[in-house]
Design a protein around this ligand. Structure first.
Ligand SMILES: [Zn+2]
Ligand SMILES: [Zn+2]
Length: 351
């Protein structure tokens, strides 16, 4: 099968000191691999679509260390089950399933026992420790797979699996916030904006200064206000969710929320947060992070999405063009989400 892999660069002692973090990996490239065999509890999936998430860029750019080399990224996987390992229940041959970032949990650590499997001490992640969906086939732990709502085609549903699920968890963390700010108006924000509006919240969208296209996109989706991330909204916000991985946005968002307001950091990686005066946090403002997802988040969100209905805006790329898709996400040259589709499916209407 064909797959896109990220290899670590040769880090021989000859490498110059102070080598930049993003030199840690080679550019993503196409490789040939045998089709994997599902072990007990796993399903083998013929992948039809896989979303490109910012976390994939953090892996490719060396912001997150490679757990091994090479890594096949991709954790917004949509495909059909073509083989079942022993002991799999609840799924059938031929069924369409989705695979998210949380790919394996131990079930026995204190967090798992509390139902916080998103915080599992030994959690393994799809497209990171576990080979992901930038590939024609992948294996996944059946306990982490989701049945997918029929209302979406394969490319449309892919972004729901990370941008949607983790965005939804972030939205829940924001609490009952009628005036909600979203910093970074990419794949996750464009999904969560629709849910927030449907819930009757008013939306304030922040994007990179000068990114008129993202601001227009936010207004088109129904944002009350859209502006630059260094601007203050016209009214104090009840909560703000940071989807952009920029630490400097934490004090910016604290400035924008009212006393008692919450700032939710939704990304898995963020640049360092600059120091800021305590007065910004004072007044019972809170900063929280969101880690991964629980099975419950996934089931709730995938049931909710067709009711809203959440519409995803996707730009599709063939698997071989993964590097180009990633570059466009990195540069903010995608409105909505980038999705890789496997050969033959793009022309065939993604059956
Ligand atoms: Zn993701
Ligand atoms: Zn655990």
């Amino acid at each position: 099968m064909r797959a896109i892999a990220i290899h670590s660069r040769d880090t021989s002692p000859a490498a110059p000191a102070g080598i930049r973090a993003h030199a840690a990996c080679e550019p993503p490239r196409l490789i040939e691999r045998p089709v994997p065999t599902p072990e007990a509890g796993q399903v083998l999936i013929a992948v039809s679509a896989c979303g490109v998430c910012r976390t994939d860029l953090h892996i490719a750019d060396g912001d997150l260390p490679l757990p091994h080399s090479p890594v096949i990224p991709g954790h917004e996987i949509v495909g059909r089950i073509v083989a079942l390992g022993t002991g799999v229940t609840g799924f059938a041959h031929g069924q369409r399933v989705g695979v998210p970032w949380l790919g394996w949990t131990c079930g026995t650590c204190a967090h798992c026992l509390r139902g916080e499997e998103n915080l599992c001490d030994d959690a393994r992640f799809t497209g990171y420790q576990i080979d992901g969906g930038y590939a024609e086939y992948t294996v996944a732990d059946a306990r982490c797979c989701f049945a997918l709502p029929d209302a979406y085609d394969d490319a449309e549903v892919a972004p729901l699996l990370c941008a949607g699920l983790i965005g939804y968890r972030a939205l829940r963390m924001a609490g009952d916030a009628p005036r909600l700010g979203l910093y970074g108006f990419g794949a996750a924000a464009h999904i969560i904006a629709q849910v927030a509006l449907w819930q009757g919240r008013s939306l304030y969208a922040f994007s990179r200064p000068g990114d008129d296209s993202a601001q227009a996109f936010a207004r088109r989706l129904g944002a009350t206000w859209a502006g630059a991330s260094d601007a203050l909204p016209p009214v104090p916000l009840d909560a703000a969710i940071l989807f952009a991985p920029v630490g400097a946005l934490v004090p910016a968002a604290l400035r924008a929320v009212r006393k008692g307001g919450t700032v939710v950091c939704a990304g898995i990686h963020m640049s360092d947060i600059p120091s800021f005066p305590y007065s910004l946090l004072w007044g019972e403002r809170r900063i929280v992070s969101v880690a991964n997802l629980t099975r419950r988040d996934g089931e709730q969100f995938l049931a909710l999405a067709p009711q809203v209905p959440v519409r995803t805006e996707v730009t599709t790329f063939p698997l071989a063009d993964a590097a180009e898709a990633m570059a466009r996400v990195r540069d903010g040259r995608i409105n909505g989400a980038a999705v890789l589709v496997m050969d033959g499916l793009q022309q065939a209407g993604l059956q």
